[in-house]
Design a protein around this ligand. Structure first.
Ligand SMILES: [Zn+2]
Length: 339
């Protein structure tokens, strides 16, 4: 596999890929959570020096945990996004080797260099890390609920709306970055490869899981040299940011991004039916009923979305700046969602 300029230094893919990996490590610190650790600890073949469970992702908590953890040579991050981010944070702070073993593909933390941490309700990205290696064990991944792995397509599907937004910004003379039509083309090709794998992703077969991971790596190959994630982050994520601040609770990232793609592709009039069909075929949960979002909250969020985006000076120019979200539009859009 050509890893290009992804941050992943080395990788190891296969059913059973994490078996015995602890044996090759000297003193190592595991960052994890109860459930993934219960599944992985018998597979890795050696006992860690210390196991650090995720408490929360607030900066002060991470610093306290880092100070209290013993001296080690390697950080072995096992789990979902938070376990991986805790591992990244400590590996970065201590300048240690990082080995990453995702146990679910619901977020792309395991292929991004920075650790997502929280300052209040806002996520900030800090540090710079590279897994060496990234271990993708399909069997271990399949111990997670299928819909959690399928959630992994959310941040690839977002290419659909994000590239549209970037083109829109470019046409309006408001692109924050030099527009790269080759990157947009490459991102769309990548998305179409993902869409071709709908049935293997739905069934969480090796090939489907690999498609998601490789998709993330390819996104990085495009985004890291560019220095931004414009091809995969746009208005669909902004709805999620508004909802997160409004409701003050976390969401399964790929699911809420799916809801964003559903609604914002409609606002964009951008192949809405096609993308909604794909989400259904692949089995990506994205309806408010599954996300526990009430109709009045989603209504209020959409009605407030433009002023939210304008008040956040760090957000890019998207369809939200260009097309007004009217109450009639909201009514129409919500009619096809389940609450
Ligand atoms: Zn995302």
């Amino acid at each position: 596999m050509n890893q290009g300029t992804t941050n992943v230094k080395s990788s190891c893919f296969g059913a059973g890929a994490c078996e015995g990996i602890g044996k090759g490590l000297d003193r190592f610190l595991v960052t994890t959570m109860e459930l993934p650790w219960s599944k992985a600890k018998t597979r890795i073949g050696a006992d860690p020096t210390h196991v650090l469970m995720v408490e929360n992702m607030q900066l002060e908590t991470l610093d306290r945990q880092n100070r209290a953890a013993p001296e080690v040579d390697t950080v072995l991050a096992i789990g979902g996004g938070q376990a991986v981010d805790l591992g990244k944070y400590i590996a970065w702070k201590r300048n240690l080797r990082l080995v990453t073993v995702p146990t679910v593909l619901s977020v792309d933390a395991f292929v991004t260099p920075a650790a997502g941490i929280r300052l209040g309700y806002r996520v900030e990205y800090v540090g710079q890390t590279s897994p060496d290696p990234l271990v993708i064990d399909y069997d271990l991944l399949r111990t997670a609920p299928p819909e959690m792995n399928i959630a992994g397509v959310g941040d690839l599907l977002s290419i659909h709306t994000a590239c549209f937004d970037w083109e829109l910004a470019q046409r309006a003379g408001k692109s924050e970055y030099p527009f790269q039509s080759d990157d947009v083309k490459a991102a769309r090709e990548l998305l179409s490869q993902v869409m071709d794998q709908a049935s293997s992703i739905r069934a969480c077969r090796d090939e489907g899981l690999r498609t998601i991971v490789e998709g993330y790596m390819q996104v990085n190959t495009l985004c890291l040299p560019a220095g931004h994630y414009r091809i995969e982050e746009g208005s669909e994520h902004y709805l999620f940011y508004e909802l997160e601040e409004r409701l003050k609770r976390p969401f399964i990232h790929g699911w809420i991004v799916g809801l964003g793609v559903h609604l914002l592709s409609r606002l964009q009039e951008n192949q809405h039916e096609r993308i909604v069909d794909f989400m259904q075929t692949v089995g990506l949960p994205c309806h408010p009923s599954v996300l526990n979002i009430r109709r009045d909250d989603l209504q209020a969020s959409l009605a407030h979305l433009r002023s939210y985006v304008l008040q956040r000076k760090d957000l890019w120019h998207t369809i939200i700046n260009e097309r007004e979200i009217t109450l009639e539009w909201i009514e129409d859009a919500l009619r096809v969602l389940t609450f």
